[in-house]
Design a protein around this ligand. Structure first.
Ligand code: ATP
Length: 304
């Protein structure tokens, strides 16, 4: 499998108005394989956008190396076949969504039999086909975001880099966008995205990279996360009392108990001995819990 993104010891130092230097990326390294869906997570100011801007060529690293599909990011050709939506997309607001999408198709030299129809199909997927010919100037933040996402996907990128793709979208828009990104990924696309919406990251990403204060804390798969942090919710049915510590009665006969991976087998044995009827065992991967543990802070003090 080819390596889609390779980042090696990247550092980034900004200077403020008084020329005071602050290092916001402190030597980060990780890789994303072709065909992967990789979620990049971290609290506000952790360095997610700074990393993404370096990858897409908007900003230069102070030191370190990065490659896209084996080409150094300094080469313009590394960005051929890449789709990118920044955190707050800026689209020329005197254009219409149709003009934005058709310009992208022309720029990427994409061969489609009927450009108008193809663009309208993408705009329809993001539920903005009814404003295809309206100027973006009059659009809400969510509609601009939908236009930018439709544009990025319509050009059939090999690699899609999205900075907070779900911000500004309502809950239905978020769900639909997650579905579209799922489809893109299941058709072989490589997805690298940052997000604050941990639930959506859990649904989309095959691996997570946690960044905090300019350092990569860990890169994990959901399975690794589950092994380390996982609990299970065990749902069962029992009409009488049950002597299992922590079991919560949901209604007259249904119960639930949360157990650790280590205690799961014993709990199932005990339920059988008590004559309880097992209904469901559901893993509880708490990305938020793991996230907070990795950055070593209290849940009340961190905005994620
Ligand atoms: N152009 C810049 N000049 C100076 N400092 C900057 C610049 N861009 C970002 N920073 C600083 O770098 C740090 C990391 O910012 P960055 O936008 O990469 O974080 P982030 O993880 O994307 O945060 P958020 O989740 O809030 O978008 C922050 O302290 C930010 O203030």
């Amino acid at each position: 499998m080819a390596i889609a993104i390779k980042i090696q010891d990247i550092r980034k130092t900004y200077r403020d108005a008084r020329l005071k230097r602050s290092e916001v990326l402190k030597g980060i390294s990780f890789e994303v394989e072709e065909g992967e869906a990789f979620g990049f997570i971290g609290p506000n100011g952790a360095g997610k956008s700074s990393t993404i801007k370096i990858l897409v060529g908007v900003s230069r690293p102070t030191s370190g190396e990065a490659e896209i599909f084996g080409r150094p990011i300094a080469e313009h050709a590394s960005r051929i076949g890449m789709g990118y939506v920044p955190e707050s997309p800026y689209l020329n607001d005197y254009l219409t969504p149709y003009e934005v999408l058709s310009a992208g198709i022309a720029l990427h030299k994409l061969k489609v039999p009927d450009v108008r129809r193809y663009c309208l199909e993408w705009l329809e997927r993001f539920r903005i086909a009814h404003v295809a010919d309206k100027k973006i100037r009059s659009f809400s933040k969510g509609m601009v975001q939908r236009t930018a996402l439709a544009h990025a996907l319509a050009v059939k990128p090999r690699l899609l880099i999205l900075d907070e793709p779900l911000s500004g979208l309502d809950p239905i828009g978020r769900r639909e966008t997650v579905d579209i990104l799922h489809e893109y990924h299941s058709q072989g696309g490589t997805l690298f995205f940052s997000s604050h919406v941990l639930h959506d990251v859990e649904r989309l990403a095959q691996r997570f990279g946690f960044i905090h204060k300019g350092l990569i804390k860990t890169v994990q798969t959901p399975a690794e996360l589950l092994n380390k942090h996982g609990n299970y919710s065990v749902f069962f049915c029992c009409t009488g009392q049950i002597g299992i510590e922590g079991a919560v009665r949901l209604d007259s006969s249904n119960w639930c108990v949360e157990v650790s991976t280590a205690a799961l087998w014993d709990t199932l044995q005990r339920l059988r001995e008590c004559g309880a009827e097992l209904r469901e065992v559901r893993p509880m991967i708490s990305l938020e819990k793991a996230f907070l543990e990795f950055i070593g802070e209290d849940i009340k003090t961190v905005a994620v």
